[in-house]
Design a protein around this ligand. Structure first.
Ligand code: NDP
Length: 291
């Protein structure tokens, strides 16, 4: 039941109707019997900052942020975690009460935690320090992923992008300078994949079946392949990897993994475990997919 004292959270994007976050969070809210609701907000880019400044307060406790607002979310905040200071992109805004003053907007990212859950589901024992990790893409979530992998020991990170300049900019733009981080273009993929233990697609290629990545045949069969894209669930990138015998992990594992800490930040309680609410099954049903 929702009362006048309900806590409100949501996801803001443009478009946002494809988002699975309302399904996930409201299933958890219902299972816990919270006086709360999680709603989608479709906000065009030129209205984002005004929307946040007008609505951050009252019952709205926070928002997840999706494309194309992640950089604007970083910029609108008054306080930020150290991790996102490096990446310039946020997927979570929290609105904090300050006695006698306007609410504070705090920005952070839970994408790293989501990535960790997803990787561990396919490679529970992987040691980042001893692994060669290929990250395809040089956008916001690639930056968050690299920052997370390096925070947990990654020292051999290979950034591969269709524009080598973007890969180089990311190579030089992150906080840790001691790690061996290299930049490659797609036509240098063979060198980038040499000895790789983990290959992560952090590009938008394959989203809704649009765009295709080059063949990854040069990877050794033991390498784990992960795709952040989850619609469709089995992208061509993952289907090809599975056909070559690689262990694979899809983007839904990451989506649910990043939603869990967001939920706890909004409502002050952890979401129920999968045995209580199987949000993956709910998402698969919404996507028209099966495991
Ligand atoms: P950005 O727009 O910041 O970056 C997109 C990146 O993908 C850029 O490097 C871009 O290259 C590259 N790219 C786009 N199309 C192609 C293509 N056809 N071939 C090669 N490279 C391409 O987006 P984000 O980093 O925020 O997100 C990237 C993807 O990750 C999205 O699909 C998003 O849905 C997904 N994602 C999934 C999450 C999850 O929980 N599963 C969480 C966050 C994101 P260029 O700069 O040259 O255009």
């Amino acid at each position: 039941m929702i009362t006048g004292a309900a806590k409100v959270a949501g996801v803001v994007g443009w478009p946002v109707k494809h988002s699975l976050s309302p399904l996930i969070h409201n299933a958890w809210i219902e299972a816990l019997g919270l006086d709360a609701v999680y709603v989608p907000f479709a906000v065009p880019p030129d209205e984002f900052t005004g929307f946040i400044e007008a609505h951050c307060g009252g019952s709205l406790v926070g928002l997840n942020v999706t494309l194309p607002h992640k950089t604007a979310a970083y910029e609108v905040a008054q306080t930020r975690t150290e991790a996102i200071e490096q990446t310039g992109s946020a997927n979570l805004l929290l609105f904090r009460d300050r006695v006698g003053r306007r609410r504070e907007i705090h920005a952070q990212s839970t994408d790293g935690e989501g990535l960790e859950v997803a990787i561990r589901s396919a490679a529970p024992k992987i040691e980042y320090m001893e692994s060669a990790i290929v990250v395809l893409g040089a956008g916001g979530v690639a930056a968050a992923a690299i920052d997370h992998l390096e925070l947990y020991g990654g020292e051999d990170i290979r950034i591969v992008a269709r524009r080598k300049g973007a890969a180089q900019a990311l190579r030089h733009g992150l906080r840790r300078s001691s790690v061996c981080r290299r930049a490659f273009a797609f036509n240098e993929l063979e060198a980038a994949l040499d000895g790789a233990d983990l290959v992560i697609n952090a590009t938008s290629a394959g989203l809704n079946g649009v765009g295709e990545l080059p063949a990854m045949d040069a990877a050794s069969p033991e390498a784990v392949f992960m795709d952040m894209v989850y619609s469709p669930l089995r992208t061509k990138f993952l289907r090809d990897a599975a056909a070559r015998g690689h262990p694979t992990v899809d983007g839904l594992a990451m989506l649910i993994g990043q939603a869990r800490p967001s939920f706890e930040a909004f409502f002050g309680v952890p979401p129920p475990p999968p045995e209580v609410v199987d949000v993956r099954a709910l998402c698969l049903n919404a996507l028209g997919e099966t495991d």
